[in-house]
Unconditional design. Structure first.
Length: 481
């Protein structure tokens, strides 16, 4: 047996004899298994619930009786975002952003029914998922198991005996890292099994699952290197433990909490009330379709009459009120789109700044890459908002077009005082069935990999830094001996 494997085997033997190490390892493995089962069950239940609500909303919209088309514009429709399969591994921002949007005419609504808004504040501190266990608890277990791996040899005086036997410092550290790496692989096993299940049973993309596994492997490999290096550089085991706990608390707990706050302060967002006030002011400046003296809509009326070659709206071959509704919706949708694009741009800048803190925290780098690969990052949510808005606009303009083409101008103006006119403006409900159902299209894997690239690059940086730290620690030991 080579010296490298002999050192690793001896370290494993010592770990097996440690009651604390066995207990920590057993508890984390049990917690990882529980996290995998509960997270997959929660994702499946949540996705099935959203699908059921979506089917119910579609059925209720299709089942509306004969109505005036503009009534249907204000009746509205709900759409729900389905969860990607890999959300069972890393749910990302889904608990914070909401899963459903109410679509109606003349406005863009935000997503609602996020888990954090409907549960206790404890949900803000992390859900029990395989990603959370590996990101936060996995490094902590490696710290408690491996903090004394080299310091113990120094305190017992066996380092000089190892050198006398011809064991090089690099070989010693490599053997210790191999032993702690075996523990890390054991910690990673439940998560890998859950990813395999998601690929086989939930049709999760194999490439995305493999990239996720690679990212978490690199993250734990960094912590293996950090634990062994700290144990080699520190004066004693206690100093190594305190340094590693400080590193864990700073990079895993503190930095991921303050980075979003710094990003928010650097690129503030308008509140919902401020946005609504600004939009209403812009609408008043642009034009009011209910004001016959409004300059924009007076020009629109003149252009419409000229296009059809008539002198009054009563002579138009279509219902002018429907055309007016279409123009009003076009203006409001464009305005809402501009505000939504500005907010999305600000959020992207916030996300980029927060990800940049991955230079100070491998946990931030991993979270960025993990959410992007799982399809549960902010880009995935924004994709849902964009598709929902395209769908909303198509529905509303389709209904406005029905008002223009299926309802006469005379009946439209008399429906509140003439019962017969009120009956005629209620068009055949088959038109509601003609509205296509909403279908969310997730980002292709190439886009997700591109979004995860900054986080993966930062993870590679940390892994290389861990390797160089190990080499530095090996030189320190060689010089000391």
């Amino acid at each position: 047996m080579s010296a490298l494997r002999l050192i690793a085997w001896n370290e494993w033997r010592l770990i097996r004899r440690s009651a604390v190490a066995r207990a920590a390892l057993f508890m984390l493995l049990a917690l990882s298994a529980i996290a995998a089962f509960t997270s997959i069950a929660h994702r499946d239940e949540s996705d099935a619930l959203r699908a059921r609500f979506q089917a119910q909303a579609d059925a209720e919209f299709d089942g509306q009786p004969a109505r005036h088309p503009h009534r249907m514009v204000h009746y509205g429709h709900f759409v729900f975002r389905p969860l990607p399969a890999l959300a069972a591994f890393d749910p990302g921002v889904d608990a914070f952003t909401g899963s459903a949007i109410f679509l109606e005419g003349h406005r863009q609504n935000s997503a609602n029914f996020g888990d954090v808004r409907q549960s206790s504040l404890l949900a803000r501190f992390g859900q029990l998922t395989p990603a959370f266990v590996l990101q936060v608890l996995g490094p902590l277990v490696l710290v408690f198991i491996g903090f004394g791996t080299i310091a113990r040899e120094r305190e017992s005086g066996t380092l000089r005996f190892l050198k006398a036997q011809g064991i090089a410092a690099r070989t010693l550290l490599a053997g210790k890292a191999l032993a702690i790496g075996g523990i890390a692989a054991l910690l990673l096993l439940p998560a890998l099994l859950s990813l395999g299940w998601l690929v086989l049973a939930e049709q999760a993309p194999l490439s995305g699952a493999l990239l996720l596994a690679a990212c978490y492997t690199a993250y734990l490999a960094f912590w293996v290197a950090a634990v062994v290096a700290a144990s080699a550089i520190a004066r004693d085991a206690r100093s190594a433990l305190m340094a590693l706990l400080g590193l864990w608390a700073l990079t895993t707990i503190l930095m991921p909490r303050i980075a979003p706050d710094i990003a928010l302060a650097a690129t503030p967002l308008q509140t919902r009330l401020e946005t609504d006030i600004a939009i209403h002011e812009d609408l008043r400046r642009i034009g009011d379709s209910h004001n016959p003296d409004d300059r924009h809509f007076a020009a629109f009326k003149a252009a419409t009459l000229a296009r059809y070659g008539v002198t009054s709206v009563e002579d138009l071959p279509v219902n002018y009120r429907g055309l007016l509704a279409m123009e009003g919706e076009r203006i409001t949708a464009q305005l809402f789109g501009e505000y939504a694009a500005d907010q999305s741009s600000r959020q992207r800048r916030q996300g980029a700044l927060a990800t940049g803190f991955g230079l100070l925290s491998p946990a931030i780098a991993l979270r960025s890459a993990s959410m992007a690969l799982a399809g549960t990052d902010l880009d995935g949510h924004q994709r849902f908002l964009d598709q929902a808005e395209v769908y909303r606009y198509a529905i509303v303009q389709g209904l406005n077009r029905l008002q223009a083409e299926a309802v006469t101008y005379a009946d439209d103006g008399s429906r509140n005082k003439d019962p017969e006119a009120a009956r005629r403006v209620r068009i055949d409900p088959r038109h509601w069935h003609d509205v296509p159902d909403f279908t969310y299209r997730a980002a292709p894997l190439a886009e997700r990999v591109q979004a995860a690239a900054p986080g993966m690059a930062l993870l590679l940086f940390w892994l290389i830094a861990g390797v160089f730290t190990l080499r530095f620690a090996a030189r320190r030991i060689a010089e000391a001996l």
